[in-house]
Design a protein around this ligand. Sequence first.
Ligand code: OOG
Ligand code: MG
Length: 262
Amino acid sequence: MKLAAATIQQLAQLLDDCAQQARDTVKVTDAHPEMDWDDAYAIQDHLRSLHQQRGTRLVGYKAGLTSHAKMRQMGVDTPVFGYLVDSFGLPDGGTCKMAELIHPKVEPEIAFVTKAELKGPGCHIGAVLAATDFVIPGIEVIDSRYRDFKFDLKSVIADNTSAARFVVGGQPMAVQGLDLRTVGVVLEKNGEPTAFGAGAAVLGHPAAAVAALANHLAARGASIPAGSLILSGGITEAVAVKAGDCVSLRVQGMGSTGLRFV
Ligand code: OOG
Ligand code: MG
C-alpha cells in the first residue's frame, strides 16, 4: 500500500459525497498516481463501510469489465469487482430517478443467486454452477463518479466499479440443463432493440466471472456467502439513458425485467 489510511478515508468520503450529491470529480489517480491495487480496493472497502454506517445491507457483489465489448468501450483490459448494497436495488418495472445520478448507463447482465458459500482460491465454473440457486435477468445502472465516465482501473475500483442501481426480474431459472454461453439477451430502449449478445461474451461463460470474483475475494480473506446476488458483468457495451427512457432486458427463456428513467 502506498497511501496513508487518512488519504484512503478522505478519497472514499469524496467518492461517497459525489454519489450522494450526484456530482462528478476527477479520477483519484490524478492526485495519487502512486496508488496501488490494494489502495484502490481499500478505498472501495471504506466506501462500503460508509454505506453500512448509513444502515444499508450488503446483498452481494458485481463483476465488471468482463466482456470485450465493455473492455473496448472503457479502454481497459482486466475485470474488476465491487459490492452491492440493498439501497442500489430497484423494483422490477419501477422507476430510476435521474436527479440522483450523474450520467447513468445501463448494462444487460445475468445475475446469479447463490445457495452455498463460494470460496476460492481455485474456484471454477463447476463450483459456481453447483452453488447457484438460480440465475435471473438483471439490468445494472452504472454511474461513474468520474467526469465524462473517464477512468483507469484503479480509479474505477476505488469508485466501487461505477455501481449505482440495479434491477432483477423475470423468470428465475435453475442452471441445470441451461447453457449460459448460448443464452441470448436483447436490451431494448424505448421499444427499440439496442444491444444484443449471448452469455459467452462474459469471459466465455458468465459463471467464470463469478469464479473470478470468488478467487479475488479469497486473495483478501473473504468468500461469497450463500444467498448472495452477483451481477456477472455487462454482456454488451453500456447504453446511455436520459429521463423519459424505458429500458427492458429480455433473456432467452428467462423473461424480462425493466426500468423507467424519470
Ligand atoms: C465500470 C463497471 C463495468 C460491467 O458490467 O462491465 C460494469 C464501468 O464501465 O463504468 O459494471
Ligand atoms: Mg455491470
